[in-house]
Design a protein around this ligand. Structure first.
Ligand SMILES: *[C@@H]1O[C@H](CO)[C@@H](O)[C@H](O)[C@H]1NC(C)=O
Ligand SMILES: *[C@@H]1O[C@H](CO)[C@@H](O)[C@H](O)[C@H]1NC(C)=O
Length: 210
């Protein structure tokens, strides 16, 4: 018969009573948010549903100017992701749908085409353009911080899922930043070389002022 030293038994007892290391930090939407993300829910208030997100099975409404519907499953929608450094979204593209030129400064984006045809591309810091037509089952990586887009490249609806290596990738759309803001038209003209009439037209379309 094996005799365990008393200190070993003592260690086992001790380690089970210290089992509550912080395994995760489920987002507490009622507490203030800091630069590192949400505060953590107290363990007693966490349930399995904090680790489940059921919104990605449903097609989003694509009746908008871009004919695209985006359903994010980021930490703001999916509390269990908080602090874990990854997230997902679903993008539904009607025929003609476009996800306009944008950047995610916080994450690379790995897209997977599930229906239809998607044309995706990005532009690197040397202004080299990388473009590809992707069909069902194809995947493409869009590296962090670079301008990129996707569009429906076919004549049927298209669907993709995208994974990000951040629970809060952030997004900045170029056309929204320029033409849905109060950035003065004259300064936009001077800083982009676009002509004033075109800027005014786009501000009219997107709701920009000044
Ligand atoms: C835990 O949940 C209860 C019930 O929803 C709520 O009243 C309480 O404020 C929560 N506690 C904390 C510390 O968030
Ligand atoms: C989709 O969005 C449009 C524009 O907001 C709206 O008029 C329409 O009712 C929505 N369709 C559905 C099925 O919710």
């Amino acid at each position: 018969m094996m005799i365990f030293p008393i200190s070993f038994i003592f260690f086992l007892t001790l380690s089970s009573s210290y089992a509550s290391v912080q395994d995760f930090c489920v987002a507490d939407y009622t507490a203030p948010q800091g630069p590192a993300g949400y505060s953590c829910k107290i363990p007693a208030n966490i349930t399995v549903d904090d680790f489940v997100y059921t919104g990605l099975g449903v097609a989003a409404n694509t009746s908008n100017i871009n004919n695209v519907g985006i359903t994010p499953a980021f930490s703001a929608q999916f509390p269990g992701l908080n602090g874990l450094g990854l997230s997902l979204l679903r993008a539904d593209f009607a025929v003609g749908g476009v996800s306009p030129i944008h950047v995610h400064r916080g994450a690379s984006e790995l897209i997977l085409v599930v229906e239809g045809t998607i044309i995706a591309g990005f532009i690197d810091s040397n202004n080299k353009v990388y473009l590809k037509s992707l069909k069902k089952g194809d995947t493409m990586i869009l590296p962090q911080g670079l301008l990129h887009f996707q569009k429906n490249g076919g004549d049927t609806p298209a669907l993709l899922f995208a994974a990000f290596n951040s629970e809060n990738p952030g997004v900045q759309l170029l056309e929204i930043a320029l033409f849905q803001s109060d950035f003065p038209t004259e300064l936009i003209a001077q800083t982009t070389l676009l002509d004033t009439a075109q800027i005014k037209k786009l501000k009219g379309l997107l709701g920009g002022t000044n």
